[in-house]
Each structure stands twice: as C-alpha cells, then as structure tokens.
Write a protein that binds this ligand. Structure first.
Ligand code: DQA
Length: 152
C-alpha cells in the first residue's frame, strides 16, 4: 500500500519553529525513527514543499494510483480553494492532519478548506497526529469485503 505523507509550508522548519507549539523534533527524524519502523507493511513516502502549486502537482501525480495521502497543508489549510479542488478531483483518499489543535488557536485557523474534502481530520496530537492518520490506512485491508481504495 503506497501512502504519501505531504507537508506544506514551514513544516520543513519543525524542530526550529515555535517549539512550544510544534515541538523540538524535525519531521525527517520522526519519519525515519518512528513512522518507518512502526508501519513496515506500508510503503511510506514523504514530500514537503513551501509552494502551493508544487503541492498541487504532487497531489495530482500520486492521486490516481497511491492508496492514501496524509496531508498537513500548513497555513494553506486556511486559505487554499485550489488545494480543496485538487483533493476533490483526485481519487486517492486524503486524511488531513495538524500537529497543533487548530480549533484551540486563532479564529482564522478554525476554517479549513482541506477538511471538507478529506476522509477525516486529525488535529492536536503533536507529531503523533501523523501516526494516527497512518493507522487509519493500515487498518483498511484490501481483502475486506466491499473495500475500495478509491473515494466513493
Ligand atoms: C499546522 C497548523 C496551521 O494553522 C499552521 O499554519 C501550520 C501548522 C499544524 O500542523 O498544526 O503551519 O498545520
């Protein structure tokens, strides 16, 4: 099962940016030491960009043949109709994740353009939000009757 973890703007600065909110670990460290060993049965890939169009290109590239996408769109979550349209267009299911609890922060962060087109949203569990999203995909077994990787 091929799963893409896609991070948007400023998430390349994890471990350096606002540590009281986002923690002191880089995503690469968490990915290599925690996520890869925790999900040996998933084919995990990680990609990050600060550029909205590059995120759209990546979603389009994998969105018709990967089985899942775990997407933290960073601040584009709260602004991007274009990313919302891409998630609606592709067939691969997307789980929205946030490290911080966006609903406990400024009002502007309560709006998400990603959430309405995602299968579900996970927000506020620190880096473990990604693990929870991957658990969702891991438990979807291809053999399960009626299961369909594609969105309904
Ligand atoms: C974030 C929350 C967003 O509001 C913020 O712009 C980010 C990170 C999170 O993971 O908590 O860059 O997506």
């Amino acid at each position: 099962m091929k799963i893409l973890i896609l991070n948007g703007p400023n998430l390349n600065l994890l471990g350096k940016r606002e540590k009281s909110i986002y923690g002191s670990r880089s995503f690469e460290d968490y990915f290599e030491k925690d996520l890869l060993p925790a999900f040996p049965d998933l084919e995990l890939e990680y990609f990050q960009s600060n550029v909205e169009g590059i995120l759209i290109d990546k979603l389009q590239e994998v969105g018709y043949h990967y089985q899942g996408i775990v997407f933290n769109a960073g601040a584009y979550t709260h602004t991007s109709l274009a990313l919302m349209d891409t998630i609606a267009a592709i067939e691969t299911p997307v789980v929205e994740v946030h490290i911080s609890n966006v609903y406990a922060r400024e009002a502007a962060r309560h709006v998400t353009y990603i959430g309405g087109r995602a299968v579900g949203s996970i927000s506020g569990f620190g880096l473990e939000s990604y693990r929870l999203a991957l658990q969702y995909f891991e438990r979807l077994k291809p053999s399960k009757v009626g299961f369909n990787y594609k969105k309904a």
